[in-house]
Design a protein around this ligand. Structure first.
Ligand code: DX5
Ligand code: ZN
Length: 216
């Protein structure tokens, strides 16, 4: 089973509510919420108020991607406001097991992310503690970047690890995913597909439907 996860980072924030409705109406199951702090990544995006507003009006699974240093500071608040899953970066947290445990104990799904230059081995110690591994396919911090092709081997490597150990762990990819490179990522073993620019440009509903068709 594959899951499309549109990233609202690429939405028009004047029209955020309407655009989330379109994504939901077209059948996407997840919504990707990119939180950036200007420290772990150069840019600042949005946080709690946006999450809270979307939660009030949407039933989509809210997949929160914490591009934030010391994400452990925000777990309770994110879950209280309605996050369904929280992914933290292996590069950004000094207390990963405790943080994942906290996310789980508060009832949300857990994820661990690795940057393009981080080897899969860095996530390995946590693979049995997470519901999802996120392999970044661009350097985190900005939407609309080009997919880094070298990451495909890491996707395959994570897929092998999951399958060899019969783990119930999803494999998410994030960054530069388009209709042109989707297939190759699915073949490599990704099953949660984050995409921002390729969904929120042009006809949003048609874009979601096309992705879903090619992912079924
Ligand atoms: C990048 C973010 C991504 C971003 C993807 O740092 O984590 O989720 O929104 O956007 P596109 O699909 O435009 O690369
Ligand atoms: Zn993201």
């Amino acid at each position: 089973m594959n899951y499309l996860c549109p990233s609202i980072l690429a939405a028009d924030f004047w029209e955020l509510g309407r655009q989330v409705e379109l994504v939901e109406k077209a059948g996407a199951p997840y919504l990707h919420i990119d939180v950036m702090d200007g420290m772990f990544v150069p840019s600042i995006s949005f946080g709690m108020p946006v999450l809270e507003s979307v939660r009030k009006r949407s039933k989509l699974f809210m997949d929160v991607h914490m591009m934030v240093a010391e994400p452990e500071r925000y777990i309770e608040e994110l879950i209280r406001l309605g996050a369904d899953g929280i992914t933290i970066h292996v590069e950004a947290c000094d207390c990963i097991p405790e943080t994942l445990e906290k996310i789980r104990s508060l009832g949300a799904k857990t994820g661990i992310a690795i940057n393009p230059e981080t080897p899969v081995s860095a996530a390995l110690p946590y693979i049995k503690m997470v519901d999802m591994v996120l392999v970044m396919t661009v350097r985190p911090g900005f939407g609309g970047q080009a997919y880094i092709i070298d990451c495909i081997d890491k996707i395959k490597e994570v897929r092998r690890l999951i399958d060899q150990n019969c783990l119930d762990v999803k494999l998410e990819i994030d960054g530069g995913v388009t209709l042109s490179n989707l297939e190759m990522n699915l073949v490599a073993g990704a099953n949660v597909i984050v995409t921002g620019s390729a969904i929120f440009k042009g006809d949003i509903e048609a874009n979601v439907r096309e992705f879903l068709k090619r992912m079924s």
